[in-house]
Design a protein around this ligand. Structure first.
Ligand SMILES: Cc1cc2nc3c(=O)[nH]c(=O)nc-3n(C[C@H](O)[C@H](O)[C@H](O)COP(=O)(O)O)c2cc1C
Length: 463
């Protein structure tokens, strides 16, 4: 029996996301990489050669002139992933799509299309949109409050998943002799009338060979964790230390058990920063120099506003205590992140200037060191159940090459990462079960379908 293996995701934000205002100065990164499909194809193929499970495209739909370079000018995730689908064969394709500013029918249809175009490699990162300003792009005066955001999110995901089961897998006999294209008994309507959405259905597209796209989730509040534990099959998160990672891992898995789920059917993938050097000391120096190159007090001060709904911190005295009252502006934005920042400042009695400096100061990642050190640490976190895999930001290309060329061979030699893809779907490669069609299952088990959360109409298994 093979050992439990590390899952690998590659986050593609070429010109630099939050905290990385100057990554794009790297001569190896074209200034327009974030809108250059060739750049994405190149790195998706490199990740595929290295047997990564997936590429991950983050997204948001609200910018200011102070947004990070990658956010200022980027491709829409599903359009981009469709291009990657026909340029790769094995790697999973995961995109962020918000439940706050999409309708379930349209989203289900677009993701199903990606799942068929990629032949079973699509994944959906479910978010509720942290950038409150997005509301103004969708005809709303303000973003939804947290209860509404996460209430919508749960109902949205359940409706999407139900739509994805509109056709059973053998719904299309396409039999020329009998001239039968569709077996109508295998087509199921939805007739959902819920708290947030009304969707009649059925969806006009069949399922892929993985059954349904894989559901990922990223959100750290209690509500966010509950959503992930309830519907997530992959969890994107952050982990500052082994202890923090292990605590999150135990928390999310126990929440999943409380929702009646098998905890094995949910993989936890924190985003990590990796820096490899010839020696541990050299790696620490590379990391320090890289972080200092990204360090710009003015940009950090302005970017501090983002979790607080792009609140303008430039209006405060830098040397006065951190203005904790600013937290009210985060209530419909990235509240969990903003609350952590406010608490850090209050607990340590920091001024605004010290808070910005503390947040942007160079810090050592647990995954900085020689290739051997990084490999050992990744293995320790995996074996200690602090994670099931990692999401690696492809930042500076030389570091990605070192990770692939120096760290992965060590892990491969130890059997900690795969030699080759085991399956031809994202679901299969992540060790997740095929998503059986709910109508097929209900008929097989002779049990009626449970209604969707928030539904006022019971589902039926009839056409
Ligand atoms: C690892 C991680 C990745 C995220 N990626 C995105 C993203 O791509 N787009 C987005 O709008 N929000 C993203 N979010 C934000 C969440 O979806 C959520 O809206 C935000 O974190 C605020 O909710 P919370 O307080 O539950 O965390 C991400 C959050 C985490 C923790």
């Amino acid at each position: 029996m093979t050992r439990r293996q590390l899952k690998l995701g590659a986050v593609l934000t070429p010109t630099g996301g939050p905290g990385h205002p100057y990554t794009w100065l790297d001569p190896e990164i074209p200034g327009d990489a974030s809108v250059d499909v060739d750049w994405y194809v190149k790195y998706a193929r490199l990740a595929e050669e290295a047997k990564f499970d997936l590429v991950f495209i983050v997204d948001s739909q609200f910018i200011t002139e102070d947004s990070p370079p990658h956010y200022l000018n980027r491709l829409e995730p599903l359009t981009l992933l469709s291009a990657l689908a026909v340029s790769t064969e094995h790697i999973g394709l995961v995109g962020t799509l918000t439940t706050s500013f999409n309708q379930p029918f349209n989203l289900a249809r677009r993701l199903s299309s990606l799942d068929l175009i990629s032949r079973g490699r699509a994944g959906w990162n479910v978010v509720t949109s942290g950038d409150a300003g997005t509301a103004g792009n969708y005809g709303l005066d303000e973003h939804y409050d947290y209860a509404t955001r996460y209430g919508r999110a749960l109902e949205h995901v359940e409706v999407v998943k139900a739509l994805w089961d509109s056709y059973e897998d053998n719904a299309f006999p396409r039999d020329r002799a009998s001239r039968q294209f569709l077996d109508p008994s295998k087509l199921h309507s939805l007739d959902h009338r819920g708290e947030y959405f009304s969707v009649t259905g059925p969806l006009n597209i069949e399922r892929s060979r993985q059954g349904q796209p894989v559901i990922f989730q990223a959100g750290d509040s209690d509500q966010g964790r509950d959503l992930g534990a309830r519907v997530g099959e992959g969890i994107f998160t952050h982990a500052a230390s082994f202890e923090a990672g292990a605590a999150f891992y135990a928390d999310i898995k126990s929440r999943a058990v409380a929702f009646g789920r098998d905890p094995e059917e949910l993989v936890v993938l924190p985003g990590v920063s990796v820096t490899v050097g010839d020696t541990d000391d050299e790696a620490l120096e590379i990391e320090r120099v890289t972080q200092l190159a990204d360090n710009d007090f003015g940009k950090s001060l302005r970017e501090l506003g983002r979790p607080f709904g792009w609140h303008d911190f430039g209006q405060y005295d830098l040397d006065a205590p951190f203005p904790v009252e600013a937290l009210q502006h985060a209530e419909r934005s990235f509240y969990t992140q903003a609350k952590k920042i406010s608490e850090l400042a209050a607990d340590r009695g920091l001024t605004l200037r010290q808070t910005v400096e503390a947040l942007s100061a160079p810090r050592t990642s647990p995954f900085t060191g020689s290739a051997e050190t990084v490999a050992n640490e990744l293995q320790r976190w995996l074996d200690g159940y602090a994670l099931d895999g990692v999401n690696i930001h492809i930042g500076h290309p030389d570091q990605f090459r070192r990770f692939v060329g120096e760290v992965l061979p060590i892990l491969r030699e130890r059997g900690v990462v795969r030699e080759d893809y085991e399956h031809n779907t994202l679901r299969g490669n992540l060790g997740l079960p095929f998503a059986e069609n709910r109508h097929t299952r209900a008929l097989r088990e002779g049990a009626p379908l449970a209604p969707l959360p928030g539904s006022t109409v019971a589902l039926t298994t009839s056409a």
